[in-house]
Design a protein around this ligand. Sequence first.
Ligand code: ZN
Length: 323
Amino acid sequence: MLFSQVAGQEEIKRSLINSINNNQVSHCYLFEGPEGMGKYELALLFAQSLFCLNFHDEPCNECKNCIKVNSLNHPDLHIINEEGKGIKREDIDDLISSIYKKPYEADIKVYIIKDAHLMTPQAANTFLKTLEEPPGDAVMILMTVNSNLLLPTIVSRCHVHKFRSVSKETIMASLKDFDGQTAELAAYYSKGILNKALNIVQGKDDILKKREEIIKIFDRIINNDSEIIYELENYFDDEKDNIDSIIEIMTIWIRDIMYVQNNLENLVINKDYIDLLKLHGKRMKANSDLIEFMQNISDDIKSNVNYKLAIDNMLLKIQEDFK
Ligand SMILES: [Zn+2]
């Protein structure tokens, strides 16, 4: 792996590379950000760079240390909570028993702790003691979705790197080998999370399939009388866990309709459905407040109002604005 192969996170990459070049590596890092932002990839790459015998802004990928890290076989690279199932006191006891020993092969030991917020309180307290007296030849990289879930005394002892979402352009550039329209949809629906975009174009994430399903349902809603609301009851009941994405897909669809109504077709996301968008555009009320309405429905559902009632209201309102 090379830093140049990781899309986005330029500031973090630069800072990590500089810390090695300037011999200012901290003993503890905290990588914070949502799933799929490449925290683990960058943690491994940083570990590899720390071990590499010929590091020059990039690890060489050829020395014995690089080869062992690349196959996750380096005896001085320790990955804790690899499965993401939780970190118990015993896991931290194991870490402590190795961290104060000499490294096996390299000059240092690196500990990557995935989902560090999953430490039990006992584990966190024991871990804190290690952070208070860290050995000079160990680097710890903690990963978390949210640093507020960690003990503040742990966070304050770490060098924190916040992973930010990647721009649409960066995502498009890294998806250049895929079909253009799919890549554009993936870049849009991934909301700046590169791994999600990759999963979408590779079909491992079914949001685009869901999109087709929802567009069909939307078309049915506006082409039927209120009977359809009862017909769709079971559907929405089964999809309760997916309602966020469903409302998002519908909202993007409605916004696309507005773009078409205002001759702004170049801004449309669902370009492959342009003919249907035009048909819907002829029917939707001018100045419809449906987007705002959808946002309110989404908020209502999050604040636990009656789910069925919220969905009924949403479907009725859609019908009303497409009369
Ligand atoms: Zn190397």
